[in-house]
Design a protein around this ligand. Structure first.
Ligand code: PMV
Length: 325
């Protein structure tokens, strides 16, 4: 009853921001992401007789407190859903997601944990069901089950059974690159949960954000299908700006950017004016991710490094879905 799985993180091009059910983690809208090869988590889960409770080691350090509680609660969820065992588990995760890169490691972390646990229990499961289970560890993690471009379908059922991620296009179909721009002055990642809730409850722009999603989704999927980078990039950038505008409308406002964030955004727009097709997106933190095509890699990397306040730039290709080691 032991297995190891590897999952990559993902970056949303059409964002998820707001839940229709907090405990089941059901989103208000469909979202769409690209899985990235540069950042991943490998997790080994072993269910064992002699354990009196679950144990969780992250990068070989025992984890306690709220991070441990979240993992133990998720293992309970998996034990309930599969009804195979009541045994406790020993979990070892290695994160290849530099915390400074501004990616939440929760996406790759919960995807790898779910996949390894299900495999260890030897329960045959479709990717849809694996994604549905993963969703209850962390929403965005349900997209990391698949490689390439992925859509998390929000579903309409109250029990969440139709809310899971599906692949839109495999990783090897189109080589779109993402530069993760690490800024020197970064805030510690604060849980997005409370801020999401506050945005839904108080931002007068939330209904407008919701209304704009179906069109963005339809257009970006058309762009992906036809490998139209300008279309995909411009929709992703505009969708990100709309999400942040909606957050700014919350009371009190939710603002993630710092000065360097804005400098990177402006440099991306300036590169475009110089004829380089390049676009940005930003999640719940100050760091920026920049979308570009392979031919422009050298120019983009150099330009990003020259911006004051940029500490590091990590480049990624499209990544695969879950693999077992
Ligand atoms: O799944 P969470 O709670 O980490 O929320 C992710 C929210 C965003 O990263 C801002 C958008 C997204 O769709 O990933």
């Amino acid at each position: 009853m032991k297995a190891t799985a590897k999952a990559h993180t993902n970056i949303a091009l059409i964002k998820y921001w707001g839940k229709r059910d907090d405990s089941l983690i059901l989103p208000m809208n469909n979202s769409l992401s690209l899985t990235l090869d540069g950042f991943y988590t490998t997790t080994t889960v072993a269910f064992r007789e002699e354990l009196s409770q679950d144990t969780f080691f992250l990068n070989e350090q025992a984890v306690t407190g709220s991070q441990y509680q979240r993992v133990a609660a998720f293992l309970d969820h998996i034990r309930n859903e599969t009804a195979v065992t009541n045994l406790n588990a020993e979990v070892h995760s290695i994160n290849h997601v530099p915390t400074a890169a501004g990616f939440a490691s929760s996406a790759s972390g919960f995807a790898a944990l779910a996949a390894a646990a299900i495999k260890a229990l030897d329960v045959p499961m479709s990717d849809e069901d694996l994604s549905r289970i993963t969703r209850q560890g962390s929403g965005s993690a349900c997209r990391s089950i698949h490689g390439g471009f992925v859509e998390w379908v929000k579903g309409t059922k109250t029990d969440g059974s139709d809310s899971y991620a599906v692949q839109v296009q495999a990783a090897d179909q189109w080589d779109v690159r993402v530069a993760a721009v690490v800024l020197t002055e970064t805030a510690k990642k604060i849980s997005s949960r409370e801020r999401m809730k506050r945005t839904v409850a108080t931002s007068p722009f939330y209904p407008g954000w919701m209304d704009s999603i179906p069109h963005d989704l339809e257009q970006i999927k058309d762009g992906i299908e036809h490998h139209d980078f300008e279309k995909v990039g411009s929709i992703a950038e505009a969708n990100c700006l709309k999400m942040h505008a909606t957050m700014l409308g919350a009371a009190p406002p939710v603002m993630y950017w710092n000065d360097a964030t804005v400098r990177v955004m402006r440099e991306v727009q300036a590169m475009r004016e110089r004829g380089v097709p390049v676009f940005f997106t930003i999640d719940a933190g100050p760091n920026v991710k920049v979308l570009y095509l392979p031919d422009d890699e050298a120019i983009v990397e150099k330009a990003l490094h020259q911006i004051p306040g940029v500490q590091d730039v990590t480049l990624s290709r499209p990544g695969q879905g879950i693999t077992y080691l």
